[in-house]
Design a protein around this ligand. Structure first.
Ligand SMILES: Cc1cc2nc3c(=O)[nH]c(=O)nc-3n(C[C@H](O)[C@H](O)[C@H](O)COP(=O)(O)OP(=O)(O)OC[C@H]3O[C@@H](n4cnc5c(N)ncnc54)[C@H](O)[C@@H]3O)c2cc1C
Length: 323
């Protein structure tokens, strides 16, 4: 059991920026996320992609943006509780208590929900899922771990093709296996992968995974039943994610489909509970990183009077220029 001024649920870009902002306003912060790494959708789905629409950066790699957000928040030493899902929220008169699936209990003066599209789990690989942690991966957050390995990527979407591009020149060999003829990925990325000479194997599925304890090879079969063995020490299952807003729907929040309705101060219908980022909705909402940053700042600043009534909503200028 722990206490803090501000509990941020969700360590995506909006949550990390909220953590920084709450620290900047002088409050203690805990950041809770079900994923083991901060960064939300960026870390899980496109750490190697360039992002072009974050203010101040003509282009920034997803991973670098997350690293920068973590470093910015680190100035104020937030506490991270990772690998745990917020399952219960209880609103009290002077604070809010959140309990996780592992039984951790955190009581905060204010909660900011930055849960994005919910907690997401990767779609499992139908064959070989027991090799998770022994060569089978669903994300590729650290490319260097796959240096000089034979990598097989399963999937036909953007993530599959992005991983193929990112691992080119690092992995010893790369093959991309897709069960259909056509790919869902952006045509430009498909062309890039083809130009790099990465082997694309279509109309084929994994029928067996071998190796003990670590994967050493896989067997695939095409739709005519013709089998082929591929050397493989890293098997990347890029089959997409199942997003689940899950427990958040049971907290008594006003929802609009899978989003939490907020007012212009990012307040939800529950006192002391705010929301920001993709999970928050209001008239004119646009779900983008840049918008989430602004909402996070709004949520924290409007939460201030609940934490310290002697402070105003406006923080002054961080540069000190308007003091
Ligand atoms: C492939 C792709 C490319 C994109 N490109 C761009 C782009 O170029 N520009 C742009 O602006 N946007 C882009 N986006 C969208 C952008 O990533 C999102 O708008 C942004 O990540 C939203 O940030 P967030 O912090 O609100 O939520 P998220 O990034 O979704 O983070 C939410 C976090 O909350 C956690 N969480 C949820 N529920 C719980 C719970 N109950 N307990 C604990 N943790 C929980 C999740 O695990 C997650 O880590 C892209 C998205 C994708 C998928």
């Amino acid at each position: 059991m722990s206490t803090c001024d501000v509990l941020v649920i969700g360590a995506g870009p909006a949550g990390l920026y909220a953590a920084y902002y709450a620290g900047f306003r002088g409050f203690s912060v805990t950041v809770l996320d079900v994923l083991e790494e901060p960064g939300g959708q960026i870390s899980a789905m496109y750490p190697e992609k360039d992002i072009f629409d974050v203010a101040g950066f003509p282009a920034i790699k997803g991973r670098d943006l997350v690293d920068g957000l973590v470093a910015q928040a680190a100035q104020f030493n937030p506490t991270y509780v990772l690998g745990q899902m917020a399952t219960t929220l209880v609103s009290n008169t002077d604070d809010v208590t959140v309990i996780t699936d592992l039984g951790t209990q955190i009581t905060a003066k204010v909660v900011i929900i930055t849960g994005g599209i919910g907690s997401f789990t990767p779609r499992p690989l139908p064959t070989g899922s027991e090799y998770a942690g022994r060569g089978l991966v669903y994300f590729v957050p650290r490319l260097e771990e796959h240096r000089d390995k034979d990598v097989v990527i399963i999937g036909g979407g953007d993530s599959a093709f992005d991983w193929a591009v990112s691992l080119h020149g690092i992995a010893r060999s790369i093959a991309l296996v897709h069960r259909r003829e056509n790919f869902r990925a952006h045509a430009g990325t498909v062309d890039r992968v083809k130009a790099l000479g990465i082997e694309l194997i279509t109309n084929s599925e994994v029928t067996a995974v071998s190796g003990d304890p670590h994967i050493t090879g896989i067997t695939i079969a095409n739709k005519d039943g013709v089998s082929r063995e591929l050397p493989c020490q890293t098997l990347v299952a890029a089959l997409g994610f199942i997003a689940n807003i899950g427990p958040i729907t049971e907290w008594g929040l006003e929802l609009d489909k899978r989003h939490i309705v907020v007012d212009t101060a990012m307040r939800t219908n529950i006192p002391r509970v705010f929301a920001a980022g993709d999970i928050a909705t209001f008239t004119g909402k646009v779900a983008l990183i840049s918008v989430g940053f602004g909402e996070a700042a709004l949520a924290v600043n409007n939460a201030v009077p609940f934490i310290d009534p002697s402070q105003g909503v406006f923080p002054g200028h961080s540069s000190g220029g308007a003091e």
